[in-house]
Ligand binder design. Structure first.
Ligand SMILES: Nc1ncnc2c1ncn2[C@@H]1O[C@H](COP(=O)(O)OP(=O)(O)O)[C@@H](O)[C@H]1O
Ligand SMILES: [Mg+2]
Length: 300
């Protein structure tokens, strides 16, 4: 499932071909519910009345609340119909909602910065004031944000007070800002496939936002036991088949912090600094673990 055909889909199709399988690109936006068509009621372009053997979710376009609900509904329905969905809709939902990610990381005792989500502007203001008084800046993030877009620092930023403006979405998702430990600062992206961390890179930028889409440069990074273990625990907390985990170093010997878990992670930047083919690793895990687990669940 992808809303974009390009490098990633070509990589996946090649990896599938190597295993004698055919990968077809389907946009969830083009999938329909049609109860007059077939017993299962799903209509996937190019599949007629049939269902795919497995679904790998690579991209979901943004849309209205109704559109996104239907798109995720199709993924839920596929799972209920016994089709293995690689990153199940439930896992994608948990990671797309950053506040749910924070809650689940907290429940799993994965080190992550203190985080708040509130619909009350007054409560948000109180959090900013309290954190400022304690010397902390906060990051105000869009709940469904990605690629480093729409992030804002508020509170005590470099010694200057940045006020919280009106909450556009009617919700404040606030996270304590992790001060950089180096100049320029960096974070890590670790890819977890089938529960195992497989590759890591550093994203380095003069800007405090370290996304590649915001101009950060990528460098290979050693997958240390600490990084691997944290990324794996984060991926497990959200029940991901594959996940791109963002982590940041913290000062004064504090543990590495998990910032975000991406359920529809891109890996083009990571591939450039990885010695093995990532699409092949993903497809191998889909075949050897996920398909096998679904087949044995069906037999039981
Ligand atoms: N709490 C934080 N402290 C410091 N930097 C942060 C924090 N949260 C996010 N950032 C920076 O902003 C980037 C984007 O934030 P992230 O939560 O990963 O959202 P996105 O979905 O946009 O990637 C991170 O990779 C990191 O560089
Ligand atoms: Mg991120």
């Amino acid at each position: 499932m992808t809303d974009e055909v390009g490098w990633h889909t070509r990589q996946l199709q090649a990896a599938l071909r190597e295993r004698g399988a055919v990968g077809r690109c389907v946009d969830l936006a083009d999938c329909r519910i049609d109860t007059a068509l077939s017993w299962h009621g799903l209509a996937l372009p190019g599949f007629g009345r049939e269902l795919p053997d497995a679904v790998l979710v690579r991209g979901i376009a943004g849309g209205s609340f109704e559109q996104v609900t239907k798109r995720l509904g199709v993924l839920h329905a596929l799972r209920e119909l016994g089709v293995p969905v690689y990153n199940d809709a439930r896992a994608i939902e948990r990671s797309v909602d950053k506040s749910m990610t924070s809650l689940l990381l907290h429940a799993a005792r994965v080190p992550a910065p203190p985080t708040w989500a509130t619909e009350s502007p007054a409560e948000a203001q109180r959090i900013v004031t309290r954190e400022s008084a304690a010397g902390h800046a906060l990051v105000l993030k869009p709940l469904f944000g990605s690629q480093g877009k729409g992030l804002q620092r508020v509170g005590l930023v470099d010694g200057v007070h940045q006020p919280l403006s009106a909450l556009e979405a009617g919700l404040a998702y606030l996270q304590r800002f992790i001060e950089p430990v180096t100049k320029p600062g960096f974070d890590w992206r670790v890819l977890v496939v089938g529960g195992r961390a497989v590759s890591a890179m550093r994203r380095i930028s003069e800007h405090w936002i370290h996304n590649v889409a915001q101009g950060a440069r990528c460098e290979a990074a050693a997958l240390t036991p600490e990084l691997a273990s944290l990324a794996e625990r984060a991926s497990q907390a959200l029940d991901m088949d594959y996940a791109g985990v963002d982590l940041m170093p913290s000062a004064h010997g504090a543990p590495i912090q998990v910032i975000e878990v991406n359920g529809v992670a891109a890996w083009q930047g990571l591939q450039r600094v990885s010695a093995f083919n990532i699409a092949r690793a993903i497809v191998a895990d889909l075949f050897e673990r996920k398909l096998a687990a679904c087949a044995s669940a069906r037999r039981a």
